[in-house]
Design a protein around this ligand. Structure first.
Ligand code: C5P
Length: 233
């Protein structure tokens, strides 16, 4: 690889985050002196290869315009959709309208995953720069896994050695990701991340091992944990 890989970013942020039981979507909760989403955006905004970034927001989101980064000319806003995959698709359309090409790399990253390090971002970009499919940051599972039956009892213990937790960013070519999401959604497939859409069309995204503390804030204790652990640099 010569020079920085150039790429676009989609930040899906149109969810409600009901498991946080907060008065606003989780990305607007404070972490240190700023909101979660501002901390999340930092990692991309100081990277040399960034072409532009789209945040996918609920149409009636009143919090975003209050943030300083809403004025950043590299960031555009798009209206999110019903499911995360719909929001990402809307983000890809917004990037195309901004001049992105079908073969350009796009990184999709959760709004509430503020602990991404420059090192992990660079590792993802460098590892996948010449990859025919793309891939994602992920972490091998460390605990023994249990599969439950309908009564909440252990039905089986799968071999954990081949299981990974899927993190973000997830990095794919814009056109390929758009086609995969469109096909998967059209068929009614369950699409909880971008990689699963690529898998749906028969492709095998590459797993790039990242830091386990690049967590997504889902429950109140996650935010408490992050506030006690400053981001490593
Ligand atoms: O709810 P969960 O944490 O899995 O959501 C992951 C990300 O997808 C969040 O950043 C959330 O705001 C976003 N999302 C979205 N549009 C939806 C649902 C979720 O952008 N309809």
């Amino acid at each position: 690889m010569t020079g920085p890989v150039s790429y676009w970013v989609v930040i899906p942020a149109a969810g409600i985050g009901s498991r946080m039981r907060a008065d606003r979507p989780k990305q607007y909760l404070p972490l240190g002196d700023r909101t979660l989403i501002e901390q999340t955006l930092d990692c991309f905004l100081c990277q040399p290869g960034l072409n532009g970034l789209v945040v996918c927001l609920a149409a009636d989101d009143p919090w975003w315009p209050e943030l300083a980064c809403a004025q950043d000319s590299r960031i555009v806003r798009a209206d999110g959709g019903q499911e995360r995959a719909d929001s990402v698709l809307a983000g890809l359309q917004a990037l195309l309208a901004r001049g992105a090409g079908m073969a350009d790399w796009v990184l999709v990253h959760d709004a509430a995953r503020p602990n991404l390090t420059q090192e992990d971002l660079y590792k993802l970009l460098a590892t996948l720069a010449d990859d025919p499919v793309g891939g994602l940051l992920a972490v091998p599972v460390r605990d023994t896994l249990k599969c439950a039956d309908a009564q909440g009892r252990v039905a089986s213990t799968p071999d954990r050695s081949r299981y990974w937790q899927a993190y973000t960013p997830q990095m794919f070519r814009l056109g390929a990701l758009r086609d995969a999401l469109t096909q998967a959604l059209g068929a009614g497939a369950v699409v909880t991340d971008e990689a699963s859409a690529m898998e749906y069309v028969g492709l095998a995204p590459r797993l790039v091992e990242g830091r386990s503390d690049n967590i997504k804030v889902t429950r109140p204790e996650d935010l408490q944990w992050l506030s006690r652990h400053s981001k490593p640099h």
